[in-house]
Design a protein around this ligand. Structure first.
Ligand code: C2E
Ligand code: MG
Ligand code: MG
Ligand code: MG
Length: 287
């Protein structure tokens, strides 16, 4: 009986695996053409100073405008792109596009900065540093207007090599931050050695912040690490006024999330930037 059920389960399992393999193959084939066809787009989400309501920066987030599937989220294709070696050309496209967008805003008199998410494979790629330098040179944007977001996993994948690239980026003048901070396992003594400017508290800790005492403790601890190590701290995934009020009460200074704005296409971000520095003054006054 058990064997029979196992057999059925196995049949179901292989069928599902075949479906997945097929889907994966389709995505990979499509991805190869997406760059040539210009199907990738960048959305931008603002970062907000929750003390003053000022715009404090933004994060570029990739999407794939697929001809049939519509707008595809990065989590559905970044992994496959990485495994099939396509993340290198995609990463180069992202870096060039963000720098060109920042230049275009500067040409319109808007001094914007943006963060870019970088995967481990590209951060360790031989072309990485040259790609950044070339994009800065070609667009003439100040290096300080670029921030690179790395996860703890990226850093830990090859600490020596990554540390070297991080130092090179700091020497160029870029800002560095650790993304999804708190869910990895980087040791605090190691953190002290990293040339980073900012910790981005993972959104999973913010989700139930007003009720979950464990999450509260983690967020308080990260805010304290920031204070004692002179690192900026930003909370990701702020979706409502009570999460914001809690962060403000704990002395948090920066946040990002749907409460302020969803990620926007470049045009929408241009409109938001034109509202001026104090664009979020009303959103941050929760009292
Ligand atoms: P991430 O870098 O931690 O980005 C934050 C994600 O949280 C984004 O999802 C953003 O849309 C979402 N988010 C922002 N505010 C809120 C909120 O208030 N509530 C909720 N529920 N979500 C919020 P997205 O754009 O789907 O990106 C997911 C992940 O994919 C990113 O996580 C990043 O790891 C990766 N990714 C995105 N763009 C790129 C890219 O250009 N290059 C690379 N290598 N990875 C990218
Ligand atoms: Mg990020
Ligand atoms: Mg994150
Ligand atoms: Mg993430």
């Amino acid at each position: 009986q058990a064997k029979k059920a196992g057999g059925k389960g196995f049949h179901f399992y292989t069928k599902r695996l075949n479906e997945l393999a097929h889907e994966r193959f389709t995505i990979e084939t499509d991805l190869r053409r997406a760059l040539e066809r210009g199907e990738f787009v960048l959305y931008y989400q603002p970062k907000v100073n929750i003390v003053t309501g000022e715009f404090s920066g933004m994060e570029a987030l990739i999407r794939w405008q697929h001809p049939v599937r519509g707008l595809v989220a990065p989590e559905s294709f970044i992994g496959i792109a990485e495994e099939s070696g396509l993340l290198t050309p995609i990463s180069k496209w992202i870096i060039d596009s963000v720098c060109r967008q920042l230049k275009s805003w500067r040409d319109q008199g808007i001094q914007a900065s943006s963060a870019i998410n970088l995967s481990a494979s590209f951060f360790q790629h031989a072309d990485f540093e040259a790609t950044i330098e070339k994009a800065l040179l070609q667009t003439g944007i100040p290096p300080e207007s670029l921030e690179l977001e790395l996860t703890e996993a990226t850093i830990m994948s090859d600490p020596q090599q990554v540390l070297g690239s991080m130092a090179a980026m700091k020497a160029l003048g870029l800002q560095l931050s650790i993304d999804d901070f708190g869910i990895g396992y980087s040791s605090l003594s190691y953190l002290k050695k990293l040339p980073v400017d900012k910790l981005k508290i993972d959104q999973s800790f913010i989700r139930n912040i007003a009720k979950d005492t464990d999450n509260m403790a983690v967020v308080r601890a990260v805010l304290n690490i920031g204070r004692s190590m002179q690192l900026k701290v930003i909370a990701e995934g702020v979706e409502n006024a009570s999460q914001l009020a809690w962060l403000q009460a704990e002395g948090g200074e920066e946040a990002q999330g749907f409460y302020f704005s969803r990620p926007l296409p470049a045009q929408g971000m241009t409109a938001l930037l034109k509202r001026g520095k104090r664009a979020f003054a009303a959103s941050v006054s929760t009292h």
